[in-house]
Design a protein around this ligand. Structure first.
Ligand SMILES: *Cc1c(COP(=O)(O)O)cnc(C)c1O
Length: 412
């Protein structure tokens, strides 16, 4: 195992994916390990957005919907995302936020299983997923409930009353990767539907929704897909469910014939029925560039590098930060690891602020978690080395122990 900075440099020199880093704007001297919260700017997005604004919006104006293909963007970009997540053309659409899409899919799942009352999820799932499920159960007060269990209890908790199992494939806190195939099978064995949230997996590791026979999925555009702050999200509906997929945000663009301006809602025959309103074309254009930069790389190679980066991070923490109060939360077993390393420390918030002040950017998740996302498309082995070295120094010298590192900002 490499232990010096020169070793890390040698790994970068031999990295077959190293050239992809040049496709991104990354400020000099910055170690950016937060691509799992917000990916960096793909350099091509700057000219693409300039072009869309000047030539499409500027010159074509309303004609852009047809002539520049704007109206087709949710499907076109959806088909590109499909290649990242093992879906078929026509199964993925780009629209709204992950939260809103969860609402649509949970509602559709309940419609498909009207006599089953439970939405089942992991207690430690990302809060918006849980909040949206709570919002859905409160909406109609019709006997539905969100049931939460620990991840390891999930398979055993699925029963004949489970309408849908909702799980994030990589846990946002720990970085633990769940087995998509076996959990989907466990849901199906009880006749339940399986909804995967791919926010922390798509773009960082190969996902195969088709092989797993997943029913539904949602995911995020601004993390590993590098679509920009607040980028549109996406939603996957397996082809077999599309004719029966009925979602309550039945806006005009989900209509079978939006420009017939009919009085009655009739859902589109395709995944388009998951749409509600008008797509944000500037944001979509940026997202498309981000996805194209991922599609330029081999997903298996990305996964191999992601694991090598997290492995190196864990090894260096073991070796250089022993007895400094850190506790590894991320599984050591690579088969159970997503693309991040999470470390608990009682002063985690202050430690992360001190790291950020040294231009090492990760993030903090309450109550005590230091989170480092490793994006194999642009992160380097030296980034890992530099981050662990800064962390070691901050802990060894107690540099975190200053009042200014205790003040909490609105976004952590
Ligand atoms: C980031 C993330 C979201 C984000 O939802 P938004 O609606 O885009 O704010 C949802 N779920 C998970 C698991 C996430 O990690």
């Amino acid at each position: 195992m490499p232990t010096t900075r020169a070793d890390a440099e040698a790994l970068d020199a031999a990295d077959p994916l190293a050239h992809h880093r040049a496709a991104f704007y990354l400020p000099d001297g910055l170690v950016y390990l937060d691509g799992n919260s917000l990916g960096p700017v793909p350099i091509a997005a700057v000219s693409r957005l300039g072009q869309v604004i000047a030539h499409e919006w500027g010159e074509q104006l309303i004609r852009g919907w047809n002539d520049a293909g704007w109206i087709a963007m949710p499907r076109r970009i959806g088909d590109k995302i499909a290649r990242l997540i093992g879906a078929q053309p026509g199964e993925v659409i780009v629209t709204d936020s992950t939260s809103v899409n969860l609402f649509k899919v949970l509602s559709a799942s309940i419609k498909l299983h009207p006599h089953r009352r439970v939405i089942l999820s992991e207690r430690d799932n990302f809060p918006t997923d849980l909040y949206i499920a709570q919002g859905r159960t409160h909406l109609l007060d019709d006997g539905h409930a969100l049931r939460l269990v620990d991840a390891d209890e999930l398979p055993a908790a699925i029963d004949g009353d489970t309408a849908v199992v909702m799980l994030t494939q990589v846990n946002y806190r720990t970085g633990r990767l769940y087995d998509m195939d076996s959990l989907t099978q466990a849901a199906h064995a009880h006749g339940a539907l399986m909804l995967w949230d791919l926010a922390h997996s798509a773009g960082a590791l190969p996902v195969n929704l088709t092989a797993a026979q997943a029913d539904f999925a949602v995911g995020c555009g601004y993390k590993y897909l590098n679509g920009g702050p607040g980028a549109p999200a996406y939603l996957y509906v397996a082809t077999r469910h599309q004719p029966h997929f009925s979602q309550p945000l039945s806006g005009w663009l989900g209509h079978a014939s939006p420009f017939a301006f009919e009085t009655e809602y009739r859902p589109a025959e395709s995944i388009d029925r998951a749409l509600s309103g008008t797509p944000p074309i500037l944001s979509m254009s940026a997202l498309e560039v981000g996805i194209e930069s991922l599609l330029a790389a081999d997903l298996q190679a990305l996964r191999a590098k992601s694991l090598a980066l997290t492995e190196l991070f864990i090894h260096l923490v073991d070796e250089r930060c022993a007895d400094l109060g850190l506790r590894l939360l991320t599984p050591r077993d690579p088969a159970q690891r997503g693309s991040q390393v999470s470390l608990a420390h009682p002063e985690g918030y202050a430690v992360m602020q001190a790291l950020i002040a040294r231009d090492v950017i990760g993030d903090f998740r309450a109550p005590d978690i230091l989170r480092f996302g490793l994006a194999p498309l642009y992160n380097r082995y030296v980034d890992v080395w530099d981050a662990v070295e800064a962390l070691r120094d901050i802990l060894a010298t107690r540099a975190w122990d200053r009042p200014q590192w205790q003040r909490r900002a609105a976004v952590t």
